[in-house]
Design a protein around this ligand. Structure first.
Ligand code: HEC
Ligand code: HEC
Length: 373
């Protein structure tokens, strides 16, 4: 066996050392400025550009009715303005569409945190889930291959011919470009009211114990006693979708339940103590992302703040730290002013949104069995 040369060993050690230093200085920067700004993430420009076109392309859904951007709209910081989301035609959703701003910095995804791996898996879930885009990825791949623009873009991005694997890489590359920028908070241009709100946020109101870091979330789930949105059960289309989801996730007694169990899907604890826990959301771009909470129960930020001020909702498993805050009306207004100061640029220009038309009509291929891919 050939011994590893001294030079190789040294360079490996140096390389490892360099990684250590970068990680360390990152941690120090985070410590010095615990609340941000959100750093921009380095991306491969060609892959991200391809991901952008895919994100805005309705052909990625089974019947070409929905693109990612139908629900995650750039003008609304990649939400849809609805309490409960739309869904694939023939069904309706049972959760509020979350913002995709800074989604690449998260540790887990969805309101219940059920995916903790990576955005590649989240992308697959969105495309193939029957109540979201209901797409068979093999069909998607064939559709993409019929579009000469894609054939060129995939090739230029270094992916070779269009494949479902590279779609699941290119879209996350685009998602990495969706980072918050230029909020009054980041620019040090907050109003006096917002500054007082920030002090309350870190102090008396104790918001920062969960909403922390550059993206104002610790990515953990808590039970806040947020009221259910009754529409999930009064609207048969939403109930059906939720029931199908529940059966798939193995939620016990799903047909009799009249509540969204949240993070319980991850643990299925026998005492049900995880029922009603939801992941702490980011507080960035809130100006554009209402209504709020996993089920869109609150229309305004003032409603959210009053909810906290009264000590959250009613639930036997409500987090013990959620107590009445005794904030004055003015203090509540200051907190709202602070929350609003965390909203920055709307990423709806050509840089982040695909503006050119995307064709959806094809002429049938003659003798397609003999046609080469
Ligand atoms: C029909 C509406 C709809 C469409 C279309 C849609 N999404 Fe979503 N998206 C949602 C909803 C609703 C959730 C939250 C689901 C949950 O919590 O169970 C979500 C969650 C996400 C998340 C997790 C965000 C977070 O912070 O937890 C990402 C990332 C995402 N979608 C990306 C995409 C991409 C990429 C596409 C296209 C391939 C897409 N979505 C298409 C509605 C949609
Ligand atoms: C114990 C952890 C915890 C504390 C403390 C906390 N939050 Fe939250 N916050 C959450 C969770 C969890 C949710 C999501 C609940 C849901 O979706 O049902 C949330 C949701 C929100 C939302 C809605 C965001 C959206 O996009 O829907 C806002 C705004 C908010 N919190 C602000 C605050 C403020 C202001 C305070 C202090 C008064 C605070 N939070 C204290 C955990 C916490």
């Amino acid at each position: 066996m050939k011994a590893i040369s001294y030079k190789t060993r040294v360079s490996r050690v140096l390389f490892a050392g360099a990684i250590g230093v970068t990680a360390l200085s990152g941690a120090i920067i985070a410590g010095e400025n615990e609340f941000g700004p959100v750093g921009q993430i380095k991306v491969d420009a060609k892959k991200a550009e391809l991901g952008k076109r895919l994100f805005f392309d309705r052909r990625l859904s089974g019947d070409a009715a929905l693109s990612c951007a139908s629900c995650h709209q750039p003008d609304k910081a990649f939400t849809d303005g609805l309490a409960l989301s739309k869904a694939y035609p023939g069904s309706k959703g049972f959760r509020n569409t979350p913002t995709l701003m800074n989604t690449a910095t998260r540790k887990n995804w969805f309101h219940d945190g059920r995916l903790g791996t990576n955005l590649n898996d989240v992308t697959r879930e969105m495309i193939t889930e029957d109540y979201i885009m209901n797409m068979d990825m093999r069909l998607m791949q064939e559709r993409l291959k019929q579009d000469p623009v894609y054939v060129k873009m995939f090739k230029d991005a270094g992916y070779g011919e269009p494949s479902n694997g590279s779609v699941r890489k290119a879209i996350p590359e685009y998602l990495k470009t969706l980072t918050s920028r230029n909020s009054p908070f980041d620019k040090g241009e907050m109003s006096e009211s917002a500054k007082r709100g920030f002090a309350l946020f870190k102090g008396k109101a104790q918001c920062a114990s969960c909403h922390t870091g550059a993206n104002f979330t610790n990515d953990k789930a808590y039970n806040m006693g947020v009221p259910e949105n009754p529409e999930i059960w009064s609207d048969p289309m939403r109930h059906m979708t939720y029931a199908a989801f529940g059966v798939f996730m193995g939620i016990e007694n799903i047909l009799n339940l009249r509540r969204d169990v949240g993070a319980h899907v991850l643990t299925h604890k026998a005492d049900g103590s995880d029922i009603g826990k939801f992941t702490t959301p980011s507080l960035r771009e809130l100006k554009y992302t209402g209504p709020y909470m996993h089920n869109g129960t609150f229309k305004s930020l003032f409603e959210v703040v009053s909810f906290y001020n009264q000590g959250g909702g009613q639930d036997k498993n409500k987090d013990a730290t959620i107590k009445p805050l005794n904030l004055t009306f003015g203090e509540q207004q200051d907190l709202v002013a602070f929350l609003e100061a965390l909203s920055g640029d709307v990423l709806n220009t050509k840089e982040h949104a695909w503006k050119d038309e995307i064709p959806t009509n094809y002429t049938a291929i003659k003798n397609w069995r003999a046609a080469k891919n």
